[in-house]
Design a protein. Structure first.
Length: 262
């Protein structure tokens, strides 16, 4: 659908060892980017390392600010500053318990990973990208983080994703117009075959969307010039299936670029 030449660019991806994060890493790598990736699954990272030659992959807890800052520093020293940042890491309650039944420690773990982890990611990378006056940031959220789509028995996950949408809106207000950064959220708008649905049967999982569902949209966003698009919640399913939606986004980018030239 779209070809993005990202030769020589550096892409930083959290939650890179499986699912959507892994799919995006492979797609960006094939488009020419060098990958700086982190996750908690050391075995998954080792497997991925074989497919991403010249990349820097590390076992990092994104809720640990010092550890993530160290990872970012080493990645920058080895590969150069990441102009593409994909904040993807996330967890959920795989037992899908109601508010009344959800243990407080599970609530806190989900909020800490999904929301605080995204905050730490943005807090770390935004000042450096602002100084460089370039950067494309895509934060992976969910249809369950959009108004009107919250689901029963997913309170912590929904709350974290709603929170991320607000956090990214603030980040766009603070860093887009002054520095030209493109900062948006992206959500599949479909159930995706990842570990989040490990409780389903094999037949049920075969009906889910593949982890690659966001590849084309994120590749497109990763190649944008400064002052192109920011503060938007972008629907991955519509991007793949609806040409008018793609045209609408392209027009918005064109108008933003014209306004920047004035």
């Amino acid at each position: 659908m779209f070809h993005s030449d990202l030769q020589g660019k550096v892409a930083l991806i959290t939650g890179v060892s499986s699912g959507i994060g892994k799919a995006l890493a492979l797609a960006l790598y094939r488009a020419g980017a060098r990958i700086a990736g982190c996750a908690l699954d050391g075995e998954g990272l080792e497997t991925l390392r074989k497919d991403l030659g010249g990349s820097y992959l590390a076992e990092v807890d994104i809720t640990d600010q010092t550890a993530f800052q160290d990872f970012f520093g080493v990645a920058t020293d080895r590969l150069g500053l990441a102009e593409i940042v994909i904040a993807n890491a996330g967890v959920t309650d795989r037992k899908h318990r109601s508010i009344a039944d959800l243990p407080i420690d599970v609530w806190r773990a989900i909020i800490e990973t999904n929301l605080t982890g995204t905050f730490i990611t943005l807090k770390t990378v935004l000042p450096e990208l602002a100084h460089a006056r370039r950067g494309n940031i895509a934060v992976i959220t969910s249809l369950l983080g959009q108004k009107g789509y919250a689901a029963a028995n997913d309170s912590a996950y929904c709350a974290s994703k709603f929170g991320i949408e607000g956090l990214v809106e603030v980040a766009a207000a603070e860093f887009s117009r002054p520095f030209g950064l493109n900062i948006n959220t992206v959500f599949p708008a479909a159930k995706v075959d990842t570990g989040f649905f490990s409780h389903l049967t094999e037949d049920a999982r075969s009906e889910l969307a593949p982890p690659e569902i966001l590849n084309e949209l994120v590749l497109y966003l990763s190649a944008l010039p400064p002052f192109s698009l920011s503060g938007h919640q972008l629907n991955g399913k519509r991007w793949v299936t609806d040409a008018s939606y793609r045209d609408e986004i392209a027009r918005t980018i064109s108008n933003n670029r014209k306004a920047d030239d004035v």
